[in-house]
Design a binder for this molecule. Structure first.
Ligand code: PMP
Length: 298
């Protein structure tokens, strides 16, 4: 599974530092913290019928991440929302749109790690692209030897741009011929895949790893509350890789790909031994939420 360039995105207008610029002209300073140290936070959002899904939850996570990283001069919420609106309007975008919202610590006066060298910024970037959900009908996973960062090194609650740990897992998955890398915690329990959260369904119960090591995904939270609302048994748990191998169904969640069935992990086919698909029920409820929910910006 490899995304290709969509010609509809050839002339994108990108919001950067208060301006809307053609994608070829939208540039970032070599002194920007994101270049210097991956020192930035981000959100991926999706637009359905002109409405941004879970906008408040995404902005809350963005502001929490920026606060945890001691960002200064963070733009007001209204400024960020207006930047998203301007970008969608400039590109005439309403549907099948993915937004990558990035907030960097800003420009440094000279190269270096110290955040006190940041005397301008933050830098706000809104990159909206025509991008339907990126995953095919089903995907495969390969367990990675790279562990997901534990909170004693980098807390997964901070949605930062230091993605090397996950990129290494993705490289392993590519080498193994799988679509994504399954990342474990330091004790060997499943944490998440390199860019999405993971769920398994066993005997009708929907389970997902605690958010101790994984990103507390917005889609993940939506699925847990949707199960609650519709009386579908569910729990967060410590789950081993073999419990994933032997589950009835496995799926991933994320804004970029929505809900995607996993058909095999490390070559072990996921076989449903206990009746009707619970995933299909969950998917139908999720589709209903994206059809009717979201914040109208246009
Ligand atoms: N895990 C990781 C590592 C991610 O980067 C993402 C995407 N932001 C997710 C999970 C899914 O999160 P969400 O449902 O908020 O898009």
């Amino acid at each position: 599974m490899l995304q290709t360039q969509n010609p509809a995105n050839d002339n994108l207008q990108v919001y950067i530092d208060g301006q809307l610029l053609h994608r070829d002209a939208a540039k970032i300073s070599v002194f920007d913290s994101s270049v210097q140290g991956g020192d930035a936070v981000w959100e991926g959002l999706r637009v359905y019928n002109g409405r941004v899904f879970s906008l408040d939850a995404h902005l809350d996570r963005l502001y929490d991440s920026a606060h945890a990283l001691w960002f200064q001069r963070v733009p007001e919420r209204d400024t960020v929302i207006d930047a998203i609106r301007q970008t969608l309007l400039a590109n005439d975008m309403r549907n099948d749109v993915h937004i990558r919202l990035t907030l960097t610590r800003g420009r440094k006066i000279t190269s270096g790690m110290d955040p006190r060298l940041n005397q301008a910024g933050c830098t706000l970037i809104v990159l909206a692209e025509h991008k339907p959900p990126v995953y095919p009908e089903s995907i495969t996973l390969a367990t990675s030897s790279v562990r997901r960062n534990p909170p004693m090194s980098v807390d997964s609650k901070i949605h930062h741009n230091n993605l090397i740990n996950n990129i290494l897992a993705k490289i392993e998955a590519n080498q193994a011929g799988a679509d994504a890398g399954l990342m474990l915690d330091k004790d060997g329990f499943v944490s998440e895949a390199n860019g999405v959260n993971v769920f398994c369904i066993r005997r009708g119960e929907v389970r997902t790893p605690y958010a101790d090591y994984c990103l507390p995904g917005i889609t993940r939270a939506t699925i847990l509350s949707l199960c609650q609302d519709h009386g579908i048994p569910h729990q967060e748990a410590r789950i081993s890789v073999s419990e994933f191998y032997t589950a009835d169904e496995v799926f991933t969640t994320g804004t970029m790909g929505e809900l995607t069935r996993v058909r095999a992990i490390d070559g072990r086919e996921i076989v449903n031994k206990h009746g009707a698909s619970v995933l299909e029920r969950v998917q139908a409820h999720f589709r209903e939420l994206t059809r009717s929910g979201g914040t109208k910006l246009l």
